[in-house]
Design a protein around this ligand. Sequence first.
Ligand code: CA
Length: 241
Amino acid sequence: MAKSSSTEGRVRVLVVEDEESFIDALSIGLDREGFTVTIARDGQEAVQAFAQATFDIVLLDLMLPKMSGLDVCRAIRMTSDVPIIIVSAKGEEVDMVLLLEIGADDYVTKPYRLRELVARIRAVLRRREVHERTEGGDERISRGPIEMDVEGRRCFVDGDEIKLRKKEFALLQLLLENPGRVLTREVIIDRIWGSDYVGDTKTLDVHIKRLRSLVETNPKEPVRITTVRGVGYRFELTKSE
Ligand code: CA
């Protein structure tokens, strides 16, 4: 995979969008924020544009002429793991689990504020950089106040050691290895308990609850391990991380 050059120069964004009003606003707004914008107005154009140039991130509308956003996402994923943010219209029925399964990184709903969109783009790019830095299985994972010594099976929050059971450790490690990424319940259960797990899915909730009690300042209002309703969980990175 080609390394992202996002830290060196302007971030290259492929905006796949068919509504002129959004195209205008995004071209001007994203350019002002320091992005180099390429527009594709339908699904086929998107696939062609992606084959011809290198992009750091793709902003992909779901409802498109000629080829759906879902099919564009699938096509891109056959050759690339470029970050993809899905854009859907309000009220449009979106199968989040399916989107994540085919490799989307995040999603936003129209109408959105440019500031919100830019924050999402930067979060996804930052997460990618963190991921690339830690690829190859670092034995220590550090995210905000949490530090895991994977080899030594120890975990620290703000420097204080916390005691984790085996599955709790594996679950926290999985979350920390995928900062900012929504992990579906299915994926988590599969990775931590195995695909032949037949137990109560409440087990996962119990483990999440216990982890929150250890890593959250206020476990009742989690800001680190957040719930993505109907989908799964996400470990949140803050701006400085
Ligand atoms: Ca559209």
